[in-house]
Design a protein around this ligand. Sequence first.
Ligand code: THU
Length: 135
Amino acid sequence: MKSFDLLKLAEEAKGNAYVPYSKFKVGAALLTKGGKVYTGCNIENASYGASNCAERTAIFKAVSEGETEFEKIAVASSSREETWPCGICRQVMVEFSKELTVVLGDTEKNEVHEYSIEELLSHSFSGLDIKGEKI
Ligand code: THU
């Protein structure tokens, strides 16, 4: 699937965002290596720390369905600027895909930008560090 089309799905997914506190809607669309798409939105909570970002909603939906290999994730928000994934979401992305492409932009402006998770979270901590742990 083209990044433009994945971004369009992320833009649609933000329509379901549950954001009574920030009013900041975010949508994500995750493409698996097998070609399936899982979408997600941010889901806030009166206990703010219990909120979940759109990217993690999409990733957790996919993992809970048995998917762990991902190709790209598109992110869209109600901001006029691109919304960079937060640090926690970047860490969750890298857990599953060291070569994930992150797609940001705005399909109405015909703007699609691609970044690698490596550039968004370089020198990341991973399971390899735990295995190589010296006690
Ligand atoms: N948010 C996301 O869903 N993804 C991001 O990458 C950045 C932040 C959400 C969390 C919260 O519901 C709202 O945006 C404001 O921080």
